[in-house]
Design a protein around this ligand. Structure first.
Ligand SMILES: Cc1cc2nc3c(=O)[nH]c(=O)nc-3n(C[C@H](O)[C@H](O)[C@H](O)COP(=O)(O)OP(=O)(O)OC[C@H]3O[C@@H](n4cnc5c(N)ncnc54)[C@H](O)[C@@H]3O)c2cc1C
Length: 427
C-alpha cells in the first residue's frame, strides 16, 4: 500500500491499538511484558502515521525484497526495478515536501531504512543514495528549475541517481579532491568536468549523477548534476566495480569524467565547500543508523530461531547454553539502545535541534555494534554460518561496508573527539 494511502488511513481510522495488533505487537494490551524483539518498547514511541509507514515498508520488504535477495547477492545483480517499486510506494525521498513525495517525519524515514536493511544493506544503500544523496541535495540546494526537472521523477524511481564524492586517492579526506570544473573551452554556458570518482553506489545505472568538483576559478567545491543522456560520447564513463565481497545486492562503480560538458544551470548555485556534501551525508548517515539496526534485528531473530532448534549435548537446544544466551543478550541490548538513540536524534532533527556530532555518534555506534554483534551471532550457526541460506554471513559482510562508508567509524571518532576536546586530530 503506498505510504500516502497508508497515512490517510492512519489519520482516519487506524488506531494505535489496531496498528499494534497488525504489527503483531502485544504492547497495547500488556505494556509491562518484556519483548525480546523490542526490549525497550520503541513501538510505543511512534505516531500512528509512523507505524503505518513502518507497516507499509515491512510488508513490501518481506514480501517483495526478501525472496529476491539470495539470487541478487549470489550473482551480484541489482534489480533496477526495485527503485521503481519503492517509488510507487512513496519510499523514496520520503521526508521531502511536494513533488509527489510522502512528506513524512524523520522517524518514519528511519523506519523505512530499518525495514529495507532488515532484508539487505545493499538494497538500503541503493535507496539511501537516491533519497538522501541525490534527492536531498536537489531539494536543499537546487534551484526551482532543478527541483521541477528531477525531483518527481527521482521520487517515482523513473530516474536513478548517484552521488560522487569519493575519489581513488581521497576517501576520508574529500577536501583534497582532484576532480575539477572549469569554464568549457568551446561551449558557452557550460563547465568542463574532469576527474575520477570511485566506489559510487548506483553509478553504472545512474541517469543523473550528483558530482562534487573543485571550481578551478576559486578552488571551492561545488555540486553539479550531470545528466547521462546529455553527455557526449567519451566524456562520461561509469564502469562497474565487480566481485565485491560485501553489499553484493547493490551496484557500485566509478565515475570517469573527461572534459565532460555540464550546463552552468546544473550547478547548485548557493552552496560551496564541504558544507554541501556533508549536509547530504548527515542525512544519509542518520538513515544508516536506523538501517543497521534492522540488519542486526534480523540477525537476532534468525539466531534465536536457530539456537532454539539446533541441539547438541544431551539433546539440549544450544539456546540453553549460557554463552549463546550472552551473545543474544548483548545483541538485543545494543539493538534496543541503538533504536532509542536513533529515535531521539530523529525527533531533534525534525525540531531543527540537531548537531552533526549527534549523527556521527549514532552512525558510528550503531554500525560498530551491529557489526560486532552480528560477528558474534554468526558463531551460533557453527558450520552452517558458511551457507548463504542462513543469511547471517551476508549481514556480516554487508555491515563491514556500512561501518566503512559515509565516514569510517574511526573518522567519526575523530569528529567526536574534536567536539569533546576542541582539538583537531585529523592531520
Ligand atoms: C560498497 C561501497 C559503496 C560506496 N558508495 C559510495 C557512494 O555512493 N558515494 C561516495 O562518494 N562514496 C562511496 N563509497 C566510498 C566510501 O565512502 C569510502 O570508501 C570511505 O569514505 C572511506 O574512504 P577510503 O576507502 O578512501 O578509505 P581511506 O580514507 O583510505 O581510509 C582507510 C583507513 O584509514 C583510516 N584513516 C584515514 N584517515 C585517518 C586519520 N586522519 N586518522 C585515523 N585514521 C584514518 C580510516 O578510518 C580507514 O580505516 C562507497 C564505498 C563502498 C565500499
Amino acid at each position: 500500500m503506498p505510504i500516502r494511502i497508508a497515512l490517510r488511513q492512519a489519520s482516519r481510522q487506524i488506531t494505535r491499538r489496531r496498528l499494534a495488533t497488525e504489527l503483531g505487537r502485544r504492547y497495547a494490551s500488556t505494556p509491562s511484558t518484556f519483548q525480546w524483539d523490542d526490549p525497550l518498547n520503541s513501538q510505543s514511541l511512534f505516531t500512528d502515521e509512523e507505524l503505518a509507514v513502518q507497516e507499509t515498508a515491512r510488508s513490501y520488504c518481506q514480501e517483495q525484497l526478501l525472496p529476491r535477495v539470495l539470487d541478487a547477492y549470489r550473482n551480484e545483480h541489482y534489480h533496477r526495478e526495485i527503485l521503481t517499486e519503492m517509488g510507487e510506494l512513496g519510499l523514496l525521498g520520503p521526508t521531502i515536501q511536494g513533488y509527489g513525495c510522502a512528506g513524512v517525519s524523520s522517524i518514519a524515514s528511519g523506519l523505512i531504512t530499518r525495514e529495507v536493511e532488515r532484508v539487505d544493506s545493499g538494497y538500503r544503500s541503493g535507496m539511501s543514495v537516491q533519497s538522501s544523496l541525490v534527492m536531498g541535495p536537489i531539494d536543499e540546494f537546487g534551484t526551482k528549475e532543478q527541483k521541477d526537472r528531477w525531483l518527481e521523477k527521482l521520487g517515482q524511481g523513473k530516474l536513478v541517481g548517484c552521488f560522487g564524492l569519493t575519489e581513488p586517492n581521497h576517501g576520508s579526506d574529500p577536501g583534497s579532491m582532484e576532480t575539477t570544473a572549469k569554464p568549457h573551452p568551446s561551449k558557452e554556458g557550460y563547465y568542463s568536468l574532469s576527474g575520477a570518482k570511485t566506489w559510487i553506489t548506483n553509478s553504472p545505472i545512474a541517469d543523473v549523477l550528483v558530482v562534487w568538483a573543485k571550481l578551478q576559478e576559486t578552488g571551492k567545491i561545488k555540486g553539479f548534476v550531470i545528466e547521462r543522456d546529455q553527455c557526449p560520447a567519451g566524456t562520461l564513463e561509469t564502469p562497474p566495480l565487480k566481485n565485491k565481497n560485501g553489499l553484493r545486492a547493490s551496484i557500485t562503480g566509478m565515475i570517469q569524467l573527461d572534459e565532460c560538458p555540464v550546463p552552468k544551470e546544473n550547478m547548485f548555485p548557493d552552496v560551496e565547500g564541504l558544507r554541501g556534501p556533508f549536509a547530504c551525508l548527515n542525512s544519509a548517515r542518520y538513515g544508516i543508523a536506523w538501517g543497521v539496526m534492522g540488519a542486526l534485528e534480523d540477525a537476532i531473530a534468525r539466531t534465536r530461531t536457530y539456537a532454539l532448534e539446533r541441539r547438541q549435548f544431551k539433546n539440549n537446544p544450544i539456546a540453553k547454553y549460557q554463552l549463546v544466551q550472552k551473545k543474544l543478550a548483548d545483541a538485543c541490548t545494543d539493538a534496543a539502545y541503538g533504536i532509542q538513540a536513533a529515535y531521539q536524534v530523529g525527533r531533534l532533527k525534525d525540531e531543527g535541534k540537531i548537531a552533526p556530532e549527534m549523527i556521527s555518534m549514532i552512525k558510528r555506534q550503531n554500525c560498530d555494534r551491529a557489526l560486532i554483534n552480528c560477528r558474534h551471532l554468526q558463531e551460533v550457526f557453527g558450520g552452517n554460518a558458511v551457507s548463504d541460506e542462513y543469511h547471517i554471513g551476508r549481514h556480516v559482510a554487508n555491515l563491514f561496508v556500512t561501518q566503512t562508508y559515509e565516514g569510517q567509524s574511526d573518522i567519526h571518532a575523530l569528529i567526536l573527539g574534536r567536539a569533546i576536546t576542541g582539538l583537531q586530530a585529523f592531520v
